[in-house]
Design a protein around this ligand. Structure first.
Ligand SMILES: *Cc1c(COP(=O)(O)O)cnc(C)c1O
Length: 215
């Protein structure tokens, strides 16, 4: 079941701020995605390759699918034909494989580099030097680098979360000076999207506020 009222108010709020809403539908049924689609939503985010590859053919072709999970190189091929934006690119080997599969599919694939901003050890991602190296290298012509993605610490400490978002925004500004095509900043989820927008997010990934808790 979708939360229609939440969707309408969040969408309005984000439209007014010029921020793109990615509705995170992982673990949720195709019927929920369709219900949100019928309210006008077109950008959906999924975390698992197999789940996305199964859902995509069952749903309208004009949905823009965002892959927001950790992507293993050997699975890129399953989403390469149709994926709209890959948010979580966190290694050069994955980037290389995305480039290869994009060429195979005779297309370019838009990508965001995931940056490690949280204090927690477990989060995937590059650091600043690695981002700069990739951007200066320009080695992957069919993997279009469009911006950065990050996840803040899972914490009640709002000043910590804010400082992590701010650091990511600063990194994007630097990245933009190397590559002006780096314009997307994917940060903010159900619990922290307002904070993320205050700190310069251009794209938020919201699941539970729209689709209910995943349990
Ligand atoms: C699950 C997930 C989200 C959405 O989380 P909610 O708290 O349900 O809004 C956003 N981004 C990523 C990377 C996720 O895995």
């Amino acid at each position: 079941m979708i939360n229609r009222d939440n969707y309408i108010s969040i969408k309005q709020e984000l439209d007014a701020a010029g921020v793109i809403l990615v509705a995170v539908s992982k673990i949720k049924p195709v019927s929920d995605i369709l219900a949100l689609y019928e309210l006008g939503q077109r950008d959906f985010g999924e975390n698992y390759v197999q789940e996305l590859a199964e859902k995509q053919p069952q749903l309208p072709a004009d949905i823009r699918w965002h892959f927001i999970g950790h992507l293993q190189s050997n699975k890129v091929k399953y989403i390469a034909p149709f994926v709209h934006l890959i948010h979580g690119v966190d290694s050069t080997s994955t980037l290389k494989e995305i480039n290869k599969q994009a060429i195979k599919n005779n297309r370019t694939i838009d990508c965001l580099l995931q940056v490690h901003i949280a204090q927690e050890e477990t989060k995937f991602g590059f650091d600043e030097n690695e981002v700069n190296t990739i951007l200066s290298g320009d080695q992957y012509p069919n993997a279009n680098l469009k911006g950065l993605m990050g996840m803040a610490s899972f914490s009640d400490d709002l000043s910590l979360v804010r400082s992590e978002f701010r650091a990511l925004k600063n990194l994007l500004t630097k990245a933009q000076s190397i590559d002006p095509a780096m314009t997307i900043l994917s940060m903010g989820m159900s619990g922290d999207y307002r904070l993320a927008i205050e700190e310069g997010s251009t794209m938020v990934r919201i699941g539970s506020l729209l689709f209910g808790n995943r349990s």
